[in-house]
Design a protein around this ligand. Structure first.
Ligand SMILES: [Zn+2]
Length: 289
């Protein structure tokens, strides 16, 4: 089907306003299939995944962007990650039942950390408090704080789709206010139903049919997890020898499933000994008794 799992930029050339649109279907299904989430929590995770795609559009190098919201509420963690070429994954963690409500009620007090992680070089981190009715409010504050640019964001998700829309002023605009007001007022009439069910051309036509909008080519979004045995090993090593040996007295294998993609990794006592003694980790040894 046309327009599924894709990201598109658009531009109001004469007004100095840029836009981004994203809608996820298959990648959204894959991203949540290894987690048991209620509808309420799913809706938040879907919004976080749509948001991370919109945010990652600013990365112009090999790397990834991580959105992590952490709070004191029943919805403890929302984590979403996108690489610069839009491979996404995400998870939600809860502590008790999450009652549908405002973001600040579901997540409590906390913060949203946006990390831009280049493959080579230092990460950049931006932090905003979780205050706001919706995740989109927090993202808007992040943009205002980090880029000092007027931004509007709309995020929606249901069981089958997740979608997002972003408008942002281009830097150094003059006589900008009236155009910005008009375009963001038009955009704010968008409904959840439209965003989750229509493709980009239909949405833009419905919202801005009297404006001149340039729509760029669609770019695909896919679900892909970057987990590896090596990364799981370093998490295990961080637990320490005592803890690991304790576990291995109870069970013969430490089985770990990746929270994002469900992939299973097993470690026996030989693997654990190799890890702790800093041996090469590539091949779990069979001759090392
Ligand atoms: Zn994984």
């Amino acid at each position: 089907m046309k327009g599924q799992d894709s990201f598109q930029r658009f531009l109001f050339e004469e007004l100095g306003i840029r836009g981004e649109w994203v809608r996820l279907q298959d990648s959204w299904q894959e991203a949540k299939q290894y987690q048991r989430l209620t509808d309420t929590v799913q809706e938040q995770l879907g919004q976080a995944l749509a948001a991370v795609v919109l945010l990652s559009a600013t990365i112009k190098f090999d790397g990834s962007l991580i959105l992590q919201a952490q709070g004191t509420g029943a919805l403890k963690t929302l984590l979403a990650q996108s690489t610069y070429d839009r491979k996404i994954r995400g998870l939600a963690r809860c502590d008790g039942e999450v009652t549908n409500g405002l973001l600040s009620e579901m997540m409590g007090e906390g913060r949203l950390v946006i990390t831009i992680q280049p493959k080579k070089g230092e990460p950049y981190q931006g932090i905003v408090s979780l205050e706001g009715d919706k995740l989109a409010d927090v993202i808007i504050r992040y943009f205002l704080q980090s880029e000092q640019l007027e931004t509007q964001v709309w995020l929606f998700a249901n069981e089958t789709h997740a979608a997002g829309l972003l408008l942002q002023e281009l830097p150094a605009q003059e006589n900008f206010k009236a155009d910005w007001e008009r375009i963001s007022t038009l955009a704010s009439t968008v409904t959840k139903d439209e965003m989750l069910n229509l493709d980009s051309e239909e949405i833009l036509y419905r919202l801005f049919n009297e404006e001149k909008v340039k729509l760029f080519d669609a770019e695909p979004v896919v679900f892909e997890c970057s987990c590896s045995r090596k990364k799981i090993e370093s998490t295990l090593v961080a637990m320490g020898r005592e803890e690991l040996e304790g576990i291995l007295q109870e069970v013969s294998l430490i089985d770990i499933a990746c929270e994002f993609c469900g992939k299973k990794y097993s470690f026996d006592n030989v693997d654990v000994e190799n890890m702790l003694s800093g041996q090469p980790l590539e091949k779990p040894s069979q001759t090392h008794h």
